[in-house]
Design a protein around this ligand. Structure first.
Ligand SMILES: [Zn+2]
Ligand SMILES: [Zn+2]
Length: 418
């Protein structure tokens, strides 16, 4: 990540700041991350010096713009803007530069009610001394601290006023990752690599969920592979007793809404994720119908990246989400917030609608390499927080017995054929 490597270089070079951290859309986990911007906090008489030092970092190839309060520099990996603020204004500057515009507009309106002016990173009546922390800033407006992910002008100020802000999920609440790929399909690492990395993250359980036979990914599981993979998982369970390994699958939803593996094979998995990777030329009604059939399938536990969106490329399918959420809630089927940077799906707004409809959510990494497990889960949790999601709404904040019970409950509604 450019922001963190820039901050690391600045620290290594000894740039003299009290604080140097991401602001803007990056801090809000907004998927349309445009510019990378950071806020540096330092006494006013050192601002010149800090900006000079930043301009000379090895990562910097040139200065695009500079004022007394900010510098924009080019690096080989993109443009970075750093704003500087004095410590006694750090709180108001952080709020100002974190945005969003809609959130700032609400705060400005509220400030006027207290005969204050919130402008150009300062909250001031004349002669005011500023706000050193964000907590202090919000308190001045008689609001609790509003987490950055909520600052979208989507009701957060009114909720804060009512004392009704959500108790947001954090990474610490996540007890396992239910969507992980290995070399058996298009992952880069072995199952064992993924197990070891997951143990290091402190997870109690993971599900290995490679792609089914017809998936359009470069590699996928054949029916034979499924049996051989199950043996490998059994052997790994014996070797790694500190973590529970669920044998799962990410099965494709076919063009008629059926699944890419037959029921006998699917029943052998501990958990089944279903996904629609290929729109097959269907319109919204056709895609919705395919999903509904999959959601009603007794062996399907989680619908992965439901909109099939990609932040940089497409908004995803225009589905009848109200219908899907109703079906998912009624059948005990979870829907996913997928933390892969190419998905971030569901996005915050959609996840919030799903939770309001009573759908159980999961937050997963959909990871294809061991060294990205933590980062992608962080993106997933950040996206969930944008959706006002609380830990109680998320399946994988619970223990493995609850995961198994969730699967068993849906299967129990549809007894096995005799
Ligand atoms: Zn997928
Ligand atoms: Zn996947």
């Amino acid at each position: 990540m450019l922001a963190s490597s820039f901050a690391r270089e600045a620290r290594r070079a000894g740039v003299d700041t009290d604080h140097l951290a991401p602001i803007g859309s990056l801090r809000r986990f907004a998927p349309d991350i445009g510019d990378v911007s950071l806020l540096a906090v330092a006494p006013s008489n050192r601002h010149e010096h800090v900006l000079d030092a930043l301009a000379q970092l090895p990562i910097v190839s040139g200065t695009a713009a500079r004022t007394t309060g900010a510098i924009t520099v080019d690096t080989g990996r993109g443009r970075v803007t750093v704003h500087v603020a004095p410590p006694h204004h750090a709180g108001s500057a952080l709020v100002w530069h974190t945005g969003s515009r809609a959130h700032i507009a609400l705060l400005q309106a509220r400030a006027r009610r207290f005969s204050l002016l919130f402008d150009a990173a300062c909250l001031t009546p004349s002669g005011d001394t500023g706000c050193a922390s964000e907590e202090e800033f919000y308190a001045r407006l008689e609001l609790p601290f509003i987490p950055p992910e909520l600052r979208e002008g989507a009701g957060e100020v009114a909720a804060g006023e009512r004392g009704d802000l959500p108790d947001l999920i954090t990474e610490r609440h996540i007890r396992g990752d239910l969507h992980i790929h290995s070399m058996w399909s298009d992952g880069r690492d072995t199952i064992e690599d993924m197990v070891l990395a997951s143990r290091q993250l402190g997870y109690e359980y993971i599900a290995i969920t490679d792609h089914s036979q017809s998936a359009s990914s470069s590699r996928a599981l054949s029916v034979d592979d499924v049996h051989r993979q199950r043996e490998e998982v059994a052997a790994l369970r014996a070797r790694h007793t500190g973590i529970q390994i669920l044998h799962g699958v990410e099965v494709d939803i076919m063009r008629d809404g059926s699944l890419d593996f037959d029921d006998d094979l699917l029943r052998g998995f501990d958990i089944v994720l279903a996904s629609l990777h290929d729109h097959g030329g269907h319109d919204s009604a056709g895609l919705t119908a395919r999903y509904v059939r999959a959601i009603r399938h007794p062996l399907v536990n989680i619908i992965t990246h439901p909109a099939n969106r990609s932040p940089a490329l497409s908004d995803g399918y225009a589905l009848d989400f109200d219908r899907l959420f109703k079906e998912a809630a009624a059948t005990g089927t979870a829907m996913e917030i997928d933390g892969a940077p190419g998905h971030l799906d569901m996005d915050g707004a959609l996840a919030r609608r799903a939770a309001a409809a009573g759908v159980t959510l999961v937050v997963d990494s959909d990871c294809h390499r061991a060294d990205a497990l933590a980062r992608q889960m962080r993106f997933g949790v950040g996206t969930a927080r944008r959706g006002w999601i609380e830990p109680t709404q998320v399946l994988n904040t619970r223990g493995v017995a609850d995961i198994r019970a969730f699967v068993a409950a849906k299967r129990a509604c549809y007894p096995e054929p005799s």
